[in-house]
Design a protein around this ligand. Structure first.
Ligand code: SF4
Length: 98
């Protein structure tokens, strides 16, 4: 196994330690009018939790379950593409180190 693949396995294992509690509403939503914006495609590669993926029709699929609240997708896409806000209190990510 290459060093990169080994590192990727370690990251997935560490992400599995975190807990994410979904709130009553999604804290990140894609603007329907911007679904074909190329910045969303970049999110597939840059989201550290791997929450953006390509659907069967090539559309961008977002699952907010497991979001690290890092804001990377917000910075990349801007407010015109994504509606992004922190989850309500007592919801969202709980980091577990170790
Ligand atoms: S805030 Fe970070 S972890 Fe959450 S969806 Fe955006 S890039 Fe992924």
């Amino acid at each position: 196994m290459s060093d990169v693949m080994s590192l990727k396995g370690n990251v997935k294992g560490k992400l599995g330690l975190d807990v994410f509690k979904e709130g009553e509403e999604f804290h990140i939503e894609i603007n329907p009018a911007k679904r074909d914006d190329p910045r969303l495609l970049a999110c597939v590669r840059i989201c550290p939790a791997g929450l953006y993926s390509l659907g069967e029709q090539g559309e961008i699929v977002l699952s907010t379950d497991g979001c690290l609240e890092c804001g990377t997708c917000k910075i990349l896409c801007g407010d015109e593409v994504l509606s992004w806000k922190y989850p309500q209190g007592a919801t969202g990510v709980q980091f577990r180190f170790g």
